[in-house]
Design a protein around this ligand. Sequence first.
Ligand code: CDP
Ligand code: MG
Length: 136
Amino acid sequence: MSKTEQTLSIIKPDAVERNLIDEIKKIFLSNNLEIKDSKKIHITKDEAAEFYKVHQSKPFYSDLCAYLSSGPILVMVLEGKNAVALNRELMGATDPKAAGENTIRKLYGISIDKNSVHGSDSLDNAKKEINFFFQN
Ligand code: CDP
Ligand code: MG
């Protein structure tokens, strides 16, 4: 049984900078995901460090935090049936070179670090990540 879920999507600086917001939104909307909330923001490196703290032991952590805070991003709450897994499917693999045909990262990703989008990886993390950016 599929259930309605919410997940967090981020359009990262490389994609915002290349004016890909509308193209990427179209992919979500044409795959039965609704955009329930969205805002364009420019976060600090400390905020990025807090958001990505699960990766703090990884060698790429510092670069990742610098990158996410390097320019404006679009954060969105996506809603739909199996939204968490569906968003991950539409995004494709972390490395654009390994991503499937017609996935967002295959179409628009530049490299493993500049891979255009973030998506929550579980329902639990989706709740935490939505709450991180959208406190009601
Ligand atoms: O974003 P995703 O969940 O697919 O991947 P992750 O393993 O949670 O890594 C988070 C982000 O770190 C990725 O989206 C990449 O931008 C970055 N990363 C990197 O720069 N170099 C790596 N070797 C792995 C991830
Ligand atoms: Mg991840």
